[in-house]
Design a protein around this ligand. Structure first.
Ligand code: FES
Length: 63
């Protein structure tokens, strides 16, 4: 699904970047999300937050 209509970026592209360690700033700089109308910004921030929560959960289980 398209996350950023302005730049034609999909949720898969955003997720792949996050999986490679990208934060919100990286997403803006490298994919161009939230750099035009800004409507996709909150969605992308939520994706980054969810990934961080998942990582923290995995770290707790692994400890
Ligand atoms: S929808 Fe992403 S900048 Fe407009």
């Amino acid at each position: 699904m398209y996350v950023c209509i302005c730049k034609g970026i999909t949720d898969s592209q955003v997720q792949q970047a996050i999986d490679c360690g990208a934060n919100y700033k990286d997403l803006r700089r490298n994919l161009g999300v939230a750099t035009d109308c800004g409507q996709c910004g909150s969605f992308c921030k939520n994706m980054v937050s969810k990934a961080k929560q998942t990582c923290a959960f995995v770290e707790v289980i692994a400890a």
